[in-house]
Design a protein around this ligand. Structure first.
Ligand SMILES: Cc1cc2nc3c(=O)[nH]c(=O)nc-3n(C[C@H](O)[C@H](O)[C@H](O)COP(=O)(O)OP(=O)(O)OC[C@H]3O[C@@H](n4cnc5c(N)ncnc54)[C@H](O)[C@@H]3O)c2cc1C
Length: 532
């Protein structure tokens, strides 16, 4: 078992942020001029954040109110939204949008120069700030990337994946990452007084997903392995309209298309949502995803029809979706777009309080890796970018007011590291993703979830015996197990969690799920406590 010796210890100093999507970069900027190191597995400014198409929700329009935004968030969350947190994100939305305007994000404006607001499903008002139709994520991240690179107090380490947290006497004091300078050497321990996880979601644990390949739930697994509480892991949001052209990840046909009047149809030309929900094609995402899933289960093909509603204006109004369709040989203004449900957003994650504090000393978290209670059982469209900026700012404020002790001089345990290169394309990862998609997907049951647990256990034994085994794989298995354990425990259907054997919500389960690693599996598969 490798140990982290002092020459394998790097000092990140004051604050180490893991992840460089919207949550990570916004936190880094809010902490400036304090010294911060941002470490990310991909070039900074990427992640799901850069792919966001819709925009950011904020009650800024005439006639809209913070109370209405809270009410919509609570209604979408199907009984599990923490109203205090919903209030907090809705209230702070306007200040955070102003921050982004100051960072030169070119939000769409009307002729008078006021922010233009779009409508998305389950919002009672026009309240989505956008950039050039569906370019919000790319524009926001472009502006942040530029500012972060120009900020001297922010050090950047790109292309390095964290696989474990270091804990000394109950306080998180750094992370372990492969030794990128000398690959044969034991992992590096990068220590810091304060650690922030902003590693994004877990959609790539599923075979069909809109998420980037690095969204493997590693943040949840790392935190859980270090002892943190994980909340609501069973709640995955499946987007009803991923473009079904065999690409991995699946490109997204944004909800905004349905906002503009595009409709779901099957291969018999039937508009099937009209009989299912009064809001038809603008029904909540979970309802749409289940119906698309049901149609496909009956052998129907499912399509988004934007011909009448958008037609020739498609390329101009939705350039990202247009490009994805064109790449697949589809003209979305004149032809049907094949669509399927895809894992899109993780409502569950590291349990945090209103300041982004996890249950572990020294560890904060923000963005999709968390479960703050803002989304309950089902996230309202465009509330996740909002939650990311609101909590990134709160984490920064909390750390700024926090006089942390010096990080310990040595690591206390080392994880077993393997070769994570090509992880997502490995046979083991592909099999895991298939298991999750097949047994833990849009509709689950006790039988399917137990089958998933059995198949995962067999696969993990295979993975452990393979030469590439290590902390990265172990983290994937851990994150998957949390989702399964939460789903098995929740014997009801609510929001994004749908059980064939318990098809209705039940009052007994009108509460959030909180789990620790010991609730999910026996600890210690990939790390061993070695006191230095
Ligand atoms: C296609 C698509 C469209 C969307 N559209 C919208 C929208 O319009 N509005 C909205 O509100 N939400 C939208 N969402 C959801 C939203 O984009 C995400 O929830 C949000 O961007 C998450 O931000 P984040 O900073 O937490 O994570 P991300 O932006 O995903 O960033 C994660 C970062 O962590 C890094 N990382 C991951 N694991 C590790 C590791 N182990 N070690 C080191 N680094 C690691 C990654 O490299 C990346 O830098 C969309 C999501 C998708 C996939």
């Amino acid at each position: 078992m490798p140990r982290a010796f002092p020459d394998n210890v790097l000092d990140a100093g004051d604050v180490l942020i893991v992840g460089a999507g919207l949550a990570g970069l916004f936190a880094a900027l809010k902490l400036s001029p304090r010294n911060v190191t941002v470490l990310a597995s991909q070039p900074i400014g990427g992640g799901a954040s850069a792919w966001a198409q819709g925009g950011i929700a904020a009650a800024l329009g005439a006639g809209d109110t913070i109370e209405a935004h809270i009410a919509d968030t609570v209604a979408a969350g199907a009984g599990l939204v923490d109203e205090k947190i919903a209030r907090l994100i809705a209230t702070e939305a306007s200040d955070r949008i102003l921050d982004l305007v100051e960072l030169a994000v070119p939000f769409d404006r009307d002729l008078e120069g006021k922010l233009k607001l779009g409508r998305e499903g389950a919002h009672s008002h026009d309240r989505i700030v956008r950039v050039r139709g569906d370019r919000a994520g790319a524009a926001v991240m472009g502006a942040l990337r530029e500012r972060v690179r120009a900020t001297p107090s922010i050090n950047i380490i790109e292309g390095v994946t964290a696989h474990a947290l270091g804990v000394v006497e109950g306080r998180v004091c750094g992370i372990f990452a492969p030794n990128w300078r000398e690959a044969e050497k034991p992992p590096l321990f990068i220590r810091a007084r304060n650690v922030v996880l902003a590693t994004g979601g877990a959609g790539a644990l599923y075979a069909v997903t809109t998420n980037p390949p690095e969204a493997l739930g590693e943040g949840v697994a790392m935190a859980a392995r270090a002892g943190a509480v994980i909340a609501d892991p069973e709640f995955i949001q499946f987007h009803p309209t991923a473009i079904d052209v065999g690409r991995d990840p699946a490109p997204l046909a944004s909800e905004a298309l349905r906002g503009e009047g595009a409709v779901l149809v099957n291969d018999q030309g039937v508009r099937f949502m009209e009989d299912v929900h009064e809001a038809a094609d603008l029904a909540p995402r979970d309802i749409l995803a289940r119906e698309v899933h049901r149609q496909r289960g009956e052998g129907r093909k499912t399509y988004l029809d934007a011909r009448a509603a958008i037609g020739a204006a498609f390329a101009e109004k939705f350039p990202t979706v247009f490009a994805a369709c064109q790449a697949a040989g589809i003209d979305p203004g004149a032809e049907l777009i094949p669509v399927a449900p895809a894992a899109h957003y993780h409502m569950g994650g590291i349990a945090i309080d209103e300041w982004g504090r996890s249950s572990l000393d020294g560890l904060w978290a923000c963005g999709e890796v968390t479960s703050s209670g803002a989304h309950g059982a089902n996230r309202l469209a465009s509330n996740s970018l909002l939650e990311s900026v609101v909590f990134a700012a709160r984490v920064a404020q909390d750390i700024n007011g926090n006089d942390a002790p010096n990080a310990a001089r040595a690591a206390v345990f080392t994880p077993r590291f393997g070769h994570a290169d090509g992880l997502i394309n490995s046979k083991i990862a592909q099999r895991l993703r298939w298991i999750m998609g097949t047994h833990v997907g849009v509709v689950r049951s006790a039988d399917s979830l137990k089958a998933a647990a059995r198949e995962l256990a067999a696969l993990e034994a295979e993975a452990d015996a393979s030469p590439g085994a290590g902390a990265a794989f172990a983290n994937m298995f851990t994150a998957a197990r949390f989702i399964i354990a939460g789903a098995l425990g929740r014997k009801e259907s609510r929001g994004g969690h749908s059980r064939e054997d318990f098809p209705k919500p039940h009052e007994t389960f009108r509460k959030r799920t909180f789990l620790k690693l010991s609730d999910v599996e026996s600890a210690g598969a990939a790390q061993e406590v070695v006191h230095a």
